[in-house]
Design a binder for this molecule. Structure first.
Ligand SMILES: Nc1ncnc2c1ncn2[C@@H]1O[C@H](COP(=O)(O)OP(=O)(O)OP(=O)(O)O)[C@@H](O)[C@H]1O
Length: 335
């Protein structure tokens, strides 16, 4: 059996470590070796297209499923002790249902009691948590009167009721408007920092995750295709991304832009960006010392378009955002 080192008492902040987790369903291999670790107070983004193995991984880590092989450790407790692990984790599943008639405070008090807290303490924990998630003014309102965003906050409070070492949040921002998404992600980050909780955040909202996650794991067809800090993951794809400039012009100017750019020195081609409708990906020639520098080519490119009166609606050098890396790394599995 693979060995995951137990954290030395008091010296490590590692709160979750998975080593070579694999899962097969009959003939189908859903997970082909998941290894990662998470420190206390940090947010880990768990990303991947449909069918990548995210749900399978989360089910294993929350002890709902047994892995076919591999093991993991939560807060020093090995996966051989699932009952003990369950006491140290919190979960916000996707599409969690709530009793509409219950008050938010009553609901959380009930869960705090389920975890063995005496009634008075459970009520205090419920009040503190509702304050933490910004629902203190609505604690006596029935959950049925809550907006979707408020319910998600309540779901996060529920996931924290046992003061877990790690919380797993499955698509927590799904269905929220942009402001609601941003506020919830900020709340998640604050909770991680203030409580020292490790957060595993499953999401498809890559652009949002970029700002909130300390580290990311990108899964594709059951395999980890990238992991590390956002900067590391984006940086690892740099050589490829560095030579691409992304530019957005009105649809009626696309053909003109392409023909103007393709004859410019230092430009290899200009093609419609597959993943971003309305954008052109302009591939620059790798500089061999004799041709113009890339910065010069980029400036020439802009100058040419401005002189030709082409309205420039967007300009992005490098395409070096997490979303671009995600789409490139997982393209194989989708095709
Ligand atoms: N109970 C099951 N029996 C057989 N195959 C399964 C089962 N659960 C998942 N799979 C398969 O395992 C693979 C990984 O699925 P999983 O649900 O973990 O992916 P996911 O990343 O969570 O996808 P999504 O974003 O769509 O939820 C898929 O090919 C899926 O069809």
């Amino acid at each position: 059996m693979n060995h995951v080192p137990e954290p030395a008492a008091g010296s490590r902040t590692e709160i979750l470590a998975a080593e070579d987790l694999r899962k097969t369903y009959g003939e189908r291999v859903a997970l082909k070796g998941l290894t990662f670790s998470l420190d206390a107070g940090k947010v880990l983004g768990f990303l991947g297209p449909n069918g990548a193995g995210k749900t399978t991984s989360i089910r294993i880590l929350t002890t709902i499923l047994r892995p076919s092989s591999g093991r993991f450790v939560v807060d020093g407790i090995s996966s051989e002790h699932p009952v003990a692990i369950r006491r140290r984790i919190g979960v916000l599943p996707e599409g969690l249902g709530f009793p509409r008639q219950m008050t938010a405070h009553g609901y959380l008090t009930y869960f705090a009691q389920l975890y063995g807290r005496p009634a008075a303490e459970a009520r205090r924990v419920a009040s503190d948590l509702l304050e933490d998630v910004g629902l203190q003014n609505r604690m006596d309102s029935s959950i049925g009167s809550f907006s979707h965003g408020m319910r998600q906050r309540l779901g996060i409070a529920r996931a924290l009721v046992n003061d877990p070492a790690v919380v797993f949040l499955d698509e927590p921002t799904l269905g929220l408007d942009p402001r609601g998404q941003r506020e919830l992600l900020r709340l998640i980050q604050r909770i991680a920092r203030e409580r020292g909780t490790g957060v595993v955040l499953c999401s498809h909202l890559l652009s949002e995750i970029e700002g909130v996650c300390d580290e990311v794991v990108i899964l594709s067809a059951g395999t980890v295709v990238a992991k590390g800090t956002v900067a590391e993951v984006v940086g690892a794809s740099r050589p490829e991304l560095d030579h691409v400039v992304r530019i957005r012009v009105p649809a009626e100017s696309l053909a003109k832009t392409q023909s103007l750019l393709e004859v410019l020195p230092g430009i290899e081609n200009a093609a419609l960006a597959e993943e971003s409708p309305g954008w052109l990906d302009v591939k620059l020639q790798a500089s061999n010392g004799s041709g113009p520098q890339e910065s010069q080519v980029r400036n020439n490119l802009l100058e040419t378009l401005i002189r030709a009166d082409v309205p420039i609606l967007g300009f992005d050098t490098g395409g070096g955002r997490l979303e671009d890396v995600f789409l490139r790394l997982t393209a194989e599995a989708i095709r």
